[in-house]
Design a protein around this ligand. Structure first.
Ligand code: MTE
Ligand code: MO
Length: 506
């Protein structure tokens, strides 16, 4: 019991010191986050899909809780080894702790300086030192016994010291996180909002909102968030730049002001994640403002032979999509606002790519810092070596928002509602089938543009009993959404959304 406690206190003290030291320099990170990053980068894709389907947008918290639990278990074992077996072995174990942290720091996607190992190494030294001290307290330096029989008064004093040490560790750890918070970009975002005049949530275009569908514009707070970043990159708009590089005639480097001075377009675009399941919620619609990507690239001059546009993030993440995707004039942009405010930090402040019709993983680089023109042969973006498709057009989907699966509703008139998307073509019609009966057309809400989801309502006179409601869409070229089911990997789900509903006697 005591040795487990000693291990936990030693581990906690080491973590706290590492956190404190990591907070000194902007280029140093918490070892836990570094280890987490390497796990995120190396976890097999099927596991990542599983994590998203289990934890949704909380997958990061789940990962950190997992790492924390493993660390605690490891630390507790070190305590047992230190007090009951071999102190040197336990200190070596603490060294392993540090080594893993150091390697994780060096493996950073953006490349790390050698000094990035410092927090881990000092943290490990502290763990070793606490274990050594605890062993001397418990066993005494003259003794080589394995059994622990300290005097009661000595024991009380020792427990008190452990208590103080834990309290100091918790305080130090919190202070470290707090101190690290001085790198927050929230202030920069507020300045940008003041300078640009945030207009606030947009008004829904006339007739676009369905009766029982998701809100036409997804509020920023509710917008799904998917990325590999365990902590949100903090970027000052003032010192940020956007490079345009690679196979272009004129490489460019723009400041935030240069970019915005090019003039902003405004467009309603529905983002979709390749990991969305049938009927899932990794999709959201927003009004974006930004600089047209085709115009920006025309200015840079795309060289013949370039077929891939790569967006690089400050955190090392990369997206890649075809140059040819821009040929149809869709509103691809370097976006700076989302629903009438500067991009929220989690959604890419100060600038991100938004490309209608291409899944987010391949197009929607957040915390954008470079756009590189290259070829698909020459470069694989982040998810491609991890098994996702290099080209990722969004597949048509229809989602039933009401009723939800296994809802109980009273018999009689019910407005079945939902959304459908087929960016950038757009949806012509949604059809509903009850209990595998004939497909009947739904009432369509106004179409805003092909890159935005379209909402629909089907007025159903529900008879009592258990019924299955299925919906499918038809795009503006007349293609009917396939019933064939496919998984998210490697290029997005297909299949119809169905819900079972329990209708009570009226
Ligand atoms: N820098 C960075 N940008 C990224 C990602 C990422 O992991 N890192 N994930 C992409 C994925 S998979 C999706 S679906 C969209 C999600 O954008 P959102 O979080 O604003 O909804 O961002 C894309 N842009
Ligand atoms: Mo995604």
């Amino acid at each position: 019991m005591l040795s487990l406690l000693v291990g936990l206190v030693a581990g906690g003290a080491g973590m706290a010191v590492a956190e404190l030291i990591a907070s000194i320099s902007r280029s140093w990170r918490s070892p836990v986050l570094d280890v987490g990053d390497r796990i995120v980068d190396n976890v097999p894709s099927f596991l990542k899909e599983l994590a998203i389907s289990w934890f949704g947008t909380n997958d990061k918290i789940a990962l950190l809780v997992g790492i924390g639990s493993l660390l605690a278990a490891f630390a507790a074992i070190l305590g047992v080894i230190a007090l009951r077996r071999n102190l040197m072995l336990a200190i070596a174990g603490a060294g392993l702790f540090g080594l893993i942290g150091a390697l994780a720091a060096l493996g950073s996607r953006t490349g790390a300086s050698v000094s990035a190992v410092i927090p881990s190494i000092i943290g490990a030294v502290v763990v070793g030192a606490v274990l050594w001290w605890a062993r001397r307290q418990v066993i005494g330096d003259t003794s080589t016994r394995d059994t622990l029989r300290p005097h009661a008064s000595h024991r009380r004093r020792f427990l008190a010291s452990l208590g103080v040490l834990s309290a100091v560790s918790v305080g130090g750890g919190l202070l470290g996180r707090r101190f690290d918070g001085r790198f927050s970009a929230e202030g920069s975002r507020e300045e940008v909002a003041l300078a640009q005049g945030a207009s606030g949530p947009p008004e829904v275009p006339a007739g676009a909102q369905g009766e029982n569908s998701a809100p036409f514009f997804t509020p920023n707070e509710d917008f799904y968030r998917i990325d590999t970043a365990l902590t949100v990159p903090q970027i000052d708009a003032d010192s940020w730049t956007l490079k345009i590089s690679g196979m272009v005639d004129n490489e460019m480097e723009l400041t935030y002001d240069d970019l915005v001075a090019k003039g902003l377009i405004e467009s309603d675009i529905t983002l979709t994640c390749v990991s969305i399941l049938i009927g899932g919620d990794l999709v959201g619609n927003a009004r974006w403002q930004g600089v047209r990507l085709d115009e920006l690239l025309a200015e840079a001059g795309i060289q013949a032979g370039a077929d891939q546009i790569v967006g690089r993030s400050v955190d090392g993440y990369t997206c890649g999509f075809p140059v040819a995707a821009l040929d149809d004039g869709r509103d691809a942009m370097v976006a700076v606002t989302m629903n009438g405010e500067p991009l929220p930090l989690e959604h890419g402040f100060p600038a991100r790519l938004v490309v209608p019709g291409i899944y987010g993983y391949a197009s929607a680089t957040k915390w954008l810092t470079e756009i590189e023109l290259t070829t698909f042969d020459a470069f694989d973006s982040y998810w491609v070596p991890r098994g996702y498709a290099a080209e990722a057009p969004i597949k048509m989907q229809t989602r039933i928002d009401a009723p939800r699966g296994l809802d109980r509703i009273p018999a009689g008139e019910f407005a079945i509602g939902g959304v459908a998307w087929a960016q950038p073509l757009g949806i012509q019609q949604v059809e509903v089938s009850i209990d595998d009966g004939p497909w009947e057309p739904a009432e369509m809400s106004a179409e805003v543009n092909g890159s935005t989801w379209r909402q629909w309502t089907y007025r159903w006179n529900a008879p009592s009993g258990r019924h299955t409601v299925t919906a499918r869409a038809i795009d503006n070229e007349g293609t009917i959404q396939t019933a064939e089911r496919d998984e998210p990997l490697p290029d997005g789900v297909t299949g119809h959304h169905s819900v079972v509903v329990l209708v009570d006697e009226a």
